[in-house]
Design a protein around this ligand. Structure first.
Ligand code: PLP
Length: 396
């Protein structure tokens, strides 16, 4: 058995050893409750939490005077924002705008809110996963409260123009919530320059621990009203009740510090590896990259290898950790809603692989993965009825 090649970094990433090292004391000797400020153990836990808040705030270059609160991850932050804004802005309106290619955490929360009376416009994307900004502006109504767009798509890596989106939101005086879960730590973001109102992130996507996330809220003249999802204690200045998960928060802070320090070199290194992998896979006939030619994250590739179901290919390359798309919908029998929204036909959507690289991937691994996928596809296609029909010209 050779060693595994992990190419599913959009699902989750390996915890960086330096992150683990930073966390360990908070499982052992430093076990204080960050709200127990009467004694030294509590105070040192509280200081560690505040240090993490600074580290995460620096990663997104937000002013320290803005609000950054810790959550259990992006799903919680998304639920908190969408449900909270719906509840608190009813006197202004109940209309929201989002996009068909958002993550299920956004789409399913909106579906829930629609049952409660929210009206949601789901914008289309083109074949490259891009939004039509004129269409967005024409969709804004006097009762529109907020627009919610991800920075980068989790299945394809395609980037939305968050600076233009923030300008549009500002121009029309509506809130802009950005689910930046996939781009934080992978792409530079500067919240002093881009006026995003609310943003969420998740530590396990950038080599931090699972179960730790953050919600950023811009301080405006009029305080943005979100309210709490969890009621109980007065932690996080009353935004989120519950004892803070100090080890995880410390890990997220360290992960943020490392991501910031490595960002420039990693963007170049990973784009080089990703391009190499794509070049190898594109030698296979009837293969294309979804979103090729548009702005994408440097480490993600979504490749359609036609007439071969990805779910049949993946078990045949057991030393490679690959995915067909979002981990949250694995097991679903439906084709990817992201690729379908981009105009892909269901058969091609079922034939698509998501390859997402991370800090610990090497060039050697990429060569190994490319060679294994190419050889396995060639072998499987000789037995694939669909491929044979295609070769005979009986299907397109
Ligand atoms: N949003 C996006 C774009 C994601 O990719 C994910 C996770 O895959 C989430 C939200 C949910 O994040 P979490 O696992 O922190 O709840």
């Amino acid at each position: 058995m050779g060693s595994l090649v992990y190419l599913d970094n959009n699902a989750t990433t390996a915890v960086d050893p330096q992150v683990l090292e930073a966390m360990l004391p908070y499982f052992k000797d430093q076990y204080g409750n960050a709200s127990s400020l009467m004694h030294s153990l509590g105070r040192s836990a509280s200081a560690a939490v505040e240090n993490s808040r600074r580290q995460v705030t620096e990663l997104i270059n937000a002013p320290a005077t803005d609000i950054l609160l810790f959550t259990s991850g992006a799903t919680e932050a998304i639920n908190m924002v969408l449900k909270g804004v719906f509840e608190h802005y009813q006197s202004i309106g109940r209309h929201f705008i989002t996009c068909k290619t958002e993550h299920k955490a956004v789409l399913d929360t909106f579906a829930y809110l629609e049952k409660k009376g929210a009206e949601v416009s789901y914008l289309e994307v083109d074949h490259l996963g891009r939004l039509d900004l004129e269409k967005l502006e024409s969709t804004i109504r006097p009762d529109t409260v907020m627009m919610a767009f991800m920075s980068a798509n989790n299945e394809t890596g395609i980037l939305h123009p968050i600076d233009d989106l923030a300008d549009i939101a500002q121009k029309h005086d509506i809130l802009f919530f950005c689910d930046a879960t996939q781009s934080i730590g992978k792409q530079k973001i500067d919240l002093r320059q881009i006026p995003i109102d609310i943003l969420c992130l998740s530590a396990h996507k950038f080599h931090g621990p699972k179960g730790a996330g953050a919600l950023y809220v811009r301080k405006k003249n009029k305080r943005i009203q979100i309210g709490s999802l969890l009621h109980g204690g007065s932690q996080e200045s009353g935004w989120r009740a519950g004892t803070l998960n100090v080890p995880a928060i410390v890990g997220m802070g360290k992960a943020a510090e490392l991501a910031k320090a490595k960002l420039d070199t990693e963007i170049i290194r990973l784009a080089g590896l990703r391009d190499k992998l794509e070049r190898m896979l594109l030698t296979l006939p009837q293969t294309y990259i979804n979103g090729q030619g548009t702005n994408r994250l440097p480490h993600v590739s979504n490749v359609t290898i036609r007439h071969l179901r990805a779910a049949s290919l993946i078990p045949k390359v057991p030393l490679l950790c690959l995915s067909t798309g979002s981990a949250c919908v694995s097991g679903s029998r439906d084709p990817s809603h992201v690729l379908m929204a981009m105009g892909c036909n269901p058969e091609d959507a079922f034939s698509s692989l998501r390859l997402s690289l991370g800090r610990f991937n090497t060039e050697e691994e990429i060569e190994k993965a490319g060679n294994q996928i190419c050889a396995t596809v060639a072998a499987l296609r000789t037995e694939s009825p669909n491929w044979q029909l295609f070769e005979k010209g009986l299907i397109p």
